[in-house]
Write a protein that binds this ligand. Structure first.
Ligand SMILES: NC(=O)c1ccc[n+]([C@@H]2O[C@H](COP(=O)([O-])OP(=O)(O)OC[C@H]3O[C@@H](n4cnc5c(N)ncnc54)[C@H](OP(=O)(O)O)[C@@H]3O)[C@@H](O)[C@H]2O)c1
Length: 254
């Protein structure tokens, strides 16, 4: 793994969307290895709670930075501040995102655009800066939470799916560009996870807990992976979903 002291654990972690349930589960594991953190979230109260939690779990230092990540113009200054406060970044972890209102997005472009802006364009802005930062450093990890929803367009959530699918392609390209500089670009594809984002959905056996997803993310970072499905059985499910012919898929209620 791209770690500055050759140990298994990353030490200086930038977390964007740090209040997300998946982020919190992941950061807790990193805190146990005494990592230091620069946390970014838009809700100051929730962010302070995450900071306190990480400190009690072993984090060596935690800085909380309040920002709405939709404001892409503010990204370069924020990221430069993170690098300066941490004394360098080893792992940049992007976890912010919105599910959005698919029926509303079908009727109204502004709603669709807002989903694409938060999930795709803001991530493009952040990863553009981070890729150049790590390429210059010739090390580091960019880990981004995407979704299995980005693997195939479904009628029930294709705007969210498109935002994640675009993200997957973008990350593929960035990886192919900077892999030879020793930088890991990890695309994380969770299936259903029981978090505030899915609180309104009826739970079934396919739902995973954030702690399981966090564990898979940390392991994928440590192993230097390119893509991780979490839980892993989603890799198999998506293989089947992708193999369904288009003429049949368009008649299915998915
Ligand atoms: N849950 C699932 O089933 C599932 C499956 C696949 C992928 N994912 C992805 O996993 C990631 C984390 O989601 P989650 O499941 O952990 O849900 P979550 O707890 O609702 O987290 C979403 C996070 O995104 C933050 N956020 C949204 N817009 C933002 C903005 N403009 N600026 C800053 N922060 C913003 C939210 O901040 P606030 O707390 O302030 O609202 C929240 O912390 C997302 O990218 C999501 O698409 C989730």
């Amino acid at each position: 793994m791209a770690d500055r002291q050759g140990t298994a654990a990353p030490q200086r972690v930038l977390a964007l969307g740090a209040t997300s349930a998946i982020a919190q589960a992941t950061l807790r594991l990193l805190a146990e290895t005494h990592a230091s953190f620069f946390l970014v979230g838009r809700n100051a109260e929730k962010l302070a709670a995450v900071r306190d939690d990480l400190l009690t779990r072993g984090a060596s230092a935690v800085t909380a930075y309040v920002a709405d990540l939709d404001d892409t113009a503010a990204h370069p200054a924020m990221l430069a501040q993170a690098a300066s406060v941490l004394g360098g970044i080893d792992v940049a972890f992007l976890a912010h995102g919105v599910l959005g209102d698919q029926p509303a997005a079908e009727m109204d472009y502004a709603t669709a655009e807002a989903i694409l802006h938060t999930n795709f364009l803001s991530a493009v802005s952040l990863v553009t800066w981070l890729a150049n930062y790590f390429e210059t450093e010739r090390r580091g990890t960019i880990a981004v939470v995407s979704s299995v929803a980005g693997d195939r367009g479904r009628k029930s959530n294709y705007v969210y799916g498109a935002s994640k699918g675009g993200l997957n392609i973008f990350l593929d390209g960035v990886r192919n560009r900077i892999d030879r500089a020793g930088v890991q670009v990890l695309t994380i594809k969770p299936g259903f996870v029981a978090t505030p984002m899915t609180a309104h959905l009826k739970k079934n056996a396919l739902f995973a807990e954030p702690a399981k997803v966090g564990k898979d993310i940390v392991r994928a970072i440590e192993k230097g992976k390119d893509v991780v499905y979490t839980p892993h059985f989603w890799g198999l499910i998506m293989l089947v979903v992708l193999s369904v012919p288009r003429r049949i898929f368009k008649r299915m209620n998915m």
